[in-house]
Every structure is written in structure tokens, then in C-alpha cells.
Design a protein around this ligand. Structure first.
Ligand code: BGC
Length: 598
């Protein structure tokens, strides 16, 4: 994969070890038998989770309407402590003392029977951040079951919640057919046993081998995993294992476009630039058919759609400075856009349990003004071509397989050094963002402006952006020299933010986590830690390179760079196998430099 230019941004307070508090409160829904049709019977269930750090927290609330359809709502609850909420998304929050009231936003006021919406807000607290346990929706208690506003024609007394309406915190089960605003909330994520076994076999690897990681469908053969193909588990095999694990969410990477990876060589694909027909019929159609199998309806299937492709058309095609011939071809023939529109249509139509997230590069690629809005527009134009248009898109992912730091506490976009903005430093290079979290939140807004639904959520791949270990700065530099300050203060220790292959010094990032921050559906490990980004020398096609993958200079530690990384050294680890193959030395480094530490 190509990992373009450098990074910049603004920021949130630095996260320290996050403690998750979770509570789920579920009402009984239609607990009265034979409710008169004319009467609007309210009923609701609420699942509240909060990720806390120091004196701050982010709350995520799933609201489910289990009563008759409603067109507006107000959710109310009380805190036990001194929590103060603000900056809500998905609603307007007002707080009087301990009492919190959140009124729906324009897009989520209408909730059909069984429909849900996810909202959230940021807060501060001191002492203990105890989660509220009693909620009302439109004045009706959500933990007390449904109440009927008109006298029931039935003499049946209200039934108390059945056991399955009291789920364990964090594992709420929506009724089949519900398309959730944030599928990650309350889900049990599938752990890929193939990756897990490799991780567990490494020294110390069992500390993380039970983490969920992305399953890459990176060729036609990966769908069925025939003998001799090099794949151990087929798509059905993964979904069957997910069922066996009791998982309710599984993550797949859709990655086989014609002319794939047009600005790099390490992940060149199997389909030529014009093979759009094969992409549709031999790749997307079979995936969609398998994912549509009712057997898998209980699994929220997340599809991460085509890494790097549309961003490459923005920055590395046409007359762009970084243009390559291969990207020019793909822009001209339209097959990235045609393929993605087709994938969105088919995968969305595969079931209400399917969720599409399009790749949105990372801050060190799209964070410049010249790339930011054009990228959102190009992605929106592509999605509008899908059957179902922008409604086929649930969100976007940033930093897939990249190394950009989540937060840069000492190099915020508005930090100045001796009166000069860090934007002018060599590292930031006039980017508008310095880290992934601010970029993901900012790009979300841009995508909504470009035509995507207001409730889209972002994912951030945090598999390898931890940058812990002894090289991690613990305080801002005291230097008054701009470049010295930025280079000594930044969390991201790369030589250049355009470096993307097997980066020396990187560590595991935030563990996978649902709804960690405003606008973010999850931190997730899409690139499986320990899988190489590309070989450090050319490996001939054969047993160590069955797919005939190329050598990209950015994976060669002796390479002195190109225009896309400021002609800097690549910063890549030596002795790397081809992309996707297990790279033990890299895995061990990621463990050692994990942040938060393991
Ligand atoms: C490779 C894929 C691999 C994926 C996950 C990509 O760079 O091209 O073949 O499955 O990384 O490791």
C-alpha cells in the first residue's frame, strides 16, 4: 500500500489508560399483550457506556425504541456524582445539576418500532465516574418496561423483563434486522484464529492474541481458500468461526480492485486495470452472496472498502505532483470508482447486518487543504453512483495499516514556538492536522458537507500507532527552535510522516474499543500486527512470494526516498517478508513499544 505524505493537526487531551464503565438498561418493550392499535405504547431500552481517563470521559448511549414509532424524543437521566456533559452528538444536551436531558437531532428523531440510535457526548468528572442506571425516553422509564398510556383492553398485567432483556454490560443484542448507527457498541468482536495462533506463538504474544483483527479478502482465492492457495480459512470459515465464538461483529477488508495499489508496488493486486468485470462477478458478487446468508444474520458484518484507492486518485493521479502512470490510468478509466460503487451497492444490499466503511487515508495524506475537500468530494461522487447512494455508507476508516499517532499532546495545530506556528515546521509542513483523532473528526465533518449522512461514524486503525517505549516524549521540548521543538516533542517518531512500510520504533496502539470519542465508532486493529507491509528486498515469485508481489523502495531500509516522503530515508525494518506475511521481528517490536503499555 502507498502511504503518502506528512501529518499535522489539533487535539484532544491526551488519553491515559482508559477505564471503561458500562451499564445496560433494557426495558421490556411491548410487554403488555394486545395493545390497542390507536394508542402509542412507549417502550425503550438504553445502553450507556463511558470510557474514562483522569478527569474526562466519553459517553456513548444506544437508545432503542421498543414501543410504537415516535417522531421525536427526549432522553433524561441523573448522575450520582459531579459528572458534567457537553458537546453531544446525535442530540442536544442540557444539564441542570445532576439532571441531564438530551433531545434528538434532526436526523434521528424518528425511530420506528425496534429502531435504535447511538448518541454520545464528552464529559468531565472527579472521584468516581459511576454510570447512571435509570433512563426515561419521552418521560417513560426505560428500565421499567413498557407502559401503556391508555387503559389496556387486556387484563394482562405488565410482565417484568425476561432474562434476555438484561444482557451483560457491553453485549446488548438488538433484534434481527436492526441496522445500528454504531455497530461496534455492545458487540462481541470476532477474533481471527489464524492471526491469533501466530501472535500467541511469539514471546509475550498471548497478551494480545485474543484481540480482534481485520480479515483481509485480498484476492479472489481468499474467498474460498482452496488447498494450495496459501489461505487457511475461507470467508464462510471465518463467519462460521465467528458464530462458534458467539461473536456479533466481524471485520473484513475488501481489497482487490483492478489495478490495485497504483502508487506503490508492495501490494499490487491480481486484477489488471481493465478487469472490472472480474472484480464484480468473481470477487464482489461471491462475497455479497456469502455475507447475505441468513445463517450469519446475527453477525454485524463490517466491510472496510478498498484501502488507499480513492485517495490515490486525488493525490497521485492526473496532474498531481506525486502522480504515477498506474494511478493516472485508474483515474482515466474510472474503474476504482466503478468498482467501489458496485461494492457499496452489493455489500449494503447483502443485509441490514452489513456495514460499509470506506477508506479515508490518514492525516499525513489528506490533511492538507489541497487534498482535504477534493478527497471528500471524490468519495461522495463515487458513493452517489451506488444503488442506494450515500445511504450505502455507514462510515469511514482512517490510518489503515499506517502509523500516524492518535494524539499529539505537545504538537497541536495551534501550538506556537517562539511565536511561530508548528504548521511551518518541516515535520508538519503546513498540514492542517497533526494527529489522527483530530483528522478523523475533521474529515467526518467534511464528508457530511460533501453529502454523506450526518450520523456516519469514523474508525481509526490503532494497530500500530502507539509509539511507546523509551523514545516516547513525556513532555514538550523546551527548545525555542521550531524544528528542534517539533522533532523532540512529537509522539510519532517516524523520519517522515509519508513513511508507511514496517516502521522502526512503532508500537501497538490503543486496544480495540467501541465509541471512544466524538464521531468515532471505534478504534480497531484492521492491519493485523505482525503482518508485513512489504518486503525489504525483491523476493522472486515462488514459495516466499506466491502472489508475485513487487518491491517498493519505501520498504527497503537503504532507500533514500522520493518526492512523496520528502526524499527521506524510508525508516523501514530490514529482513521483511512480502506484504501480509508474518514478520516476527516487527511483531516483537510492536509489543515492546505498545502504548498504552501492555
Ligand atoms: C497486503 C495484504 C495483506 C494485508 C494485511 C496488505 O498490505 O497487501 O495481502 O492481507 O496487508 O496484512
Amino acid at each position: 500500500m502507498n502511504r503518502f505524505k506528512l501529518g499535522a493537526g489539533r487535539l484532544r487531551p491526551q488519553r491515559f489508560l482508559a477505564a471503561a464503565a458500562a451499564v445496560a438498561v433494557v426495558g421490556a418493550g411491548m410487554s403488555l399483550a394486545s395493545i390497542g392499535a390507536a394508542a402509542a405504547a412507549p417502550g425503550c431500552s438504553v445502553a450507556y457506556t463511558a470510557n474514562s481517563w483522569n478527569t474526562g470521559f466519553t459517553a456513548s448511549i444506544d437508545i432503542k425504541n421498543s414501543g410504537d414509532p415516535i417522531t421525536s424524543w427526549a432522553l433524561e437521566f441523573d448522575y450520582a456524582g459531579n459528572q458534567a456533559g457537553s458537546g453531544a452528538w446525535g442530540g442536544t444536551l442540557t444539564q441542570t445539576g445532576k439532571h441531564v436531558k438530551i433531545v434528538n437531532a434532526a436526523y434521528n428523531g424518528s425511530l420506528a418500532t425496534g429502531a435504535s440510535t447511538n448518541i454520545g457526548f464528552n464529559g468531565t468528572y472527579s472521584g468516581t465516574n459511576t454510570a447512571p442506571t435509570a433512563f426515561t425516553l419521552n418521560g417513560v422509564a426505560c428500565n421499567g418496561g413498557t407502559t401503556n398510556p391508555t387503559p389496556s383492553t387486556s387484563a394482562t398485567p405488565p410482565v417484568s423483563p425476561t432474562p434476555d432483556t438484561s444482557p451483560t454490560p457491553g453485549t446488548t443484542t438488538p433484534p434481527p434486522g436492526t441496522h445500528l448507527d454504531n455497530p461496534y457498541v455492545g458487540a462481541k468482536w470476532y477474533v481471527n484464529a489464524d492471526w491469533s495462533a501466530k501472535a500467541a506463538a511469539e514471546p509475550g504474544g498471548s497478551a494480545i492474541s485474543n484481540q480482534p483483527t481485520g480479515v483481509w479478502l485480498d484476492s479472489i482465492a481468499s474467498i474460498t481458500a482452496p488447498a494450495g492457495s496459501g489461505y487457511t480459512t475461507s470467508l464462510r470459515g471465518h463467519l462460521d468461526k465467528a458464530l462458534a465464538q458467539g461473536a456479533t461483529l466481524a471485520q473484513f477488508v475488501i481489497y482487490d480492485l483492478p489495478g490495485r495499489d497504483c502508487a506503490a508496488l508492495a501490494s499490487n493486486g491480481e486484477l489488471g486495470p481493465t478487469e472490472i468485470g472480474r472484480y464484480k462477478t468473481e470477487y464482489i458478487d461471491p462475497i455479497a452472496a456469502i455475507q447475505a446468508d441468513p445463517k450469519y444474520a446475527s453477525i454485524r458484518i463490517v466491510n472496510i472498502v478498498e484501502i488507499d484507492s480513492l485517495p490515490n486518485l486525488v493525490t497521485n493521479a492526473g496532474s498531481a505532483a506525486g502522480a504515477t502512470e498506474a494511478c493516472r490510468t485508474m483515474l482515466a478509466n474510472g474503474n476504482y470508482s466503478t468498482g467501489i460503487a458496485y461494492a457499496l451497492s452489493k455489500l449494503h444490499a447483502a443485509g441490514t447486518n452489513n456495514y460499509n466503511y470506506i477508506d479515508a487515508a490518514h492525516h499525513g495524506w489528506l490533511g492538507w487543504d489541497s487534498n482535504f475537500a477534493p478527497a471528500a468530494t471524490m468519495i461522495a461522487d463515487t458513493a452517489k453512483k451506488a444503488t442506494g447512494g450515500v445511504n450505502t455508507v455507514d462510515g469511514f476508516i482512517t490510518n489503515t495499516a499506517n502509523y500516524s499517532a492518535l494524539n499529539e499532546p505537545f504538537v497541536k495545530i495551534n501550538t506556537t514556538v517562539n511565536g511561530t506556528s508548528v504548521r511551518g515546521s518541516k515535520w508538519v509542513d503546513w498540514n492542517q492536522y497533526t494527529d489522527e483523532l483530530t483528522f478523523a473528526q475533521g474529515f467526518r465533518n467534511q464528508l457530511v458537507s460533501a453529502g454523506f449522512n450526518a450520523n456516519i461514524g469514523m474508525l481509526i486503525d490503532t494497530s500500530r500507532n502507539g509509539w511507546g517505549g523509551s523514545a516516547r516524549p513525556t513532555a514538550a521540548s523546551t527548545s525555542t527552535d521550531l524544528n528542534t521543538y517539533v522533532d523532540a516533542s512529537r509522539i510519532d517518531r517516524r523520519i517522515h510522516a509519508g513513511n508507511w512500510c514496517n516502521q522502526a520504533g512503532a508500537g501497538l496502539g490503543e486496544r480495540p474499543k467501541a465509541a471512544p470519542a466524538s464521531g468515532i465508532d471505534a478504534y480497531t486493529w484492521i492491519k493485523p500486527p505482525g503482518e508485513s507491509d512489504g518486503s525489504s528486498t525483491l523476493i522472486p515469485t515462488g514459495p516466499d512470494n506466491p502472489a508475485g508481489k513487487g518491491l517498493d523502495g519505501m520498504c527497503d531500509p537503504t532507500y533514500t526516498g522520493n518526492g512523496r516522503n520528502g526524499n527521506s530515508m524510508s525508516g523501514a525494518l530490514p529482513n521483511a517478508p512480502v506484504s501480509g506475511a508474518w514478520f516476527s521481528a516487527q511483531f516483537r517490536q510492536l509489543l515492546a513499544n505498545a502504548y498504552p503499555a501492555l
